[in-house]
Write a protein that binds this ligand. Structure first.
Ligand SMILES: NC(=O)c1ccc[n+]([C@@H]2O[C@H](COP(=O)([O-])OP(=O)(O)OC[C@H]3O[C@@H](n4cnc5c(N)ncnc54)[C@H](OP(=O)(O)O)[C@@H]3O)[C@@H](O)[C@H]2O)c1
Length: 277
């Protein structure tokens, strides 16, 4: 499979499987379809299930890459170490390939999030040096959150996860991470379907004779962003992998980069959640 290389030399597949709300059967089918990178989080409540499927697959641990995330209620040095050990136990493994801070602040009230994030990072750096995490990452960090860590860290973040899809590319954050050589990953790379009926998406999907989902995933890959789609049937899982086998023209990429905003999920690290109906 096509790979991206992280800033610490680790290679990751160009596309991974997102496990939020994924059933056990979907994860089993993802392994069967050839997915080798699995994105979870303690918050998803499915680390144990994911571990059972991967450990029970009969394949060696190092054939898979597992990423999990520290929930925002657990920011801080000691609580990070405790939550990390719980995550390892849930997954039935002794290391993680990627560990990310899920959100940069516990809530909108507490003002000490910068100190909390730096303390969290210090704990993650220790785990990295102990060989328990192969790459460190941030999730839902905008440049002003990331810079708080990047400016003073010993181990640089290797991965940054953002909501990213045609119509919501967070260009300012994307360019920041590109300049720092930090690999961006796309969560909700199809906006959970909210953008699939858009006129431009439909036009370009027809032009390339691909599905609208494949078009969105290909857009991510060609932006140098790793998509993490979740899907439940073998047919869809395979269809999504096929995005690695065609190419969009520079002009069509530009059309999607510059389409009007569409499909935002309603979450922002510094704002109250907006309910999108
Ligand atoms: N860091 C964060 O804060 C954060 C937040 C949200 C998500 N994530 C990660 O990103 C992953 C993906 O995000 P997401 O699940 O929100 O959105 P998504 O992957 O954009 O959309 C998932 C939806 O698309 C459908 N789908 C998948 N392939 C399809 C296809 N070929 N044709 C038609 N429909 C298809 C799925 O349906 P079926 O399942 O029914 O097939 C599911 O309803 C999550 O699982 C999670 O790992 C991270």
């Amino acid at each position: 499979m096509l790979h991206f290389e992280l800033n610490n030399g680790i290679k990751i597949p160009a596309l991974g499987f997102g496990t939020y709300k994924a059933s056990r059967e979907a994860v089993e089918l993802a392994v069967e379809a050839g997915y080798r990178y699995f994105d979870t989080a303690e918050f998803y409540g499915n680390e144990a299930m994911l571990g059972e499927v991967l450990n029970g697959s009969g394949r060696p641990r190092d054939e898979f890459m597992i990423a999990s995330k520290l929930w925002k209620a657990n920011l801080g040095y000691e609580s990070t170490l405790t939550a990390f050990n719980r995550t390892l136990e849930n997954l039935g493994t002794d290391y993680l390939d990627v560990y990310l801070i899920h959100w940069p602040r516990p809530d909108l009230v507490r003002q000490d999030w910068k100190e909390l994030d730096r303390e969290t990072w210090r704990a993650m750096e220790e785990l990295y040096h102990q060989g328990k995490i192969r790459a460190l990452g941030l999730s839902n960090f905008l440049p002003h959150h990331a810079e708080n860590i990047v400016a003073c860290c010993e181990v640089k973040p290797s991965v940054a996860q953002l909501e990213f899809h045609p119509g919501y590319t967070q260009t300012f954050a994307l360019n920041y991470y590109r300049a720092k050589n930090i690999q961006v990953q796309a969560w909700s790379p199809t906006a959970r379907g909210r953008i699939l009926d858009d006129v431009l998406i439909r036009e370009l999907a027809a032009k390339y004779r691909v599905s609208a989902v494949q078009l969105c995933l290909r857009f991510c890959v060609q932006e140098g962003v790793m998509p993490l789609p979740k899907a439940s049937s073998l047919e869809r899982l395979r269809e999504n992998l096929e995005c690695l086998n065609f190419e969009l023209s520079a002009e069509d990429m530009m059309r999607m980069e510059n389409m009007p905003p569409i499909g935002w999920g309603g979450e922002h690290p510094d704002r109250e959640r907006v309910k999108i109906v």
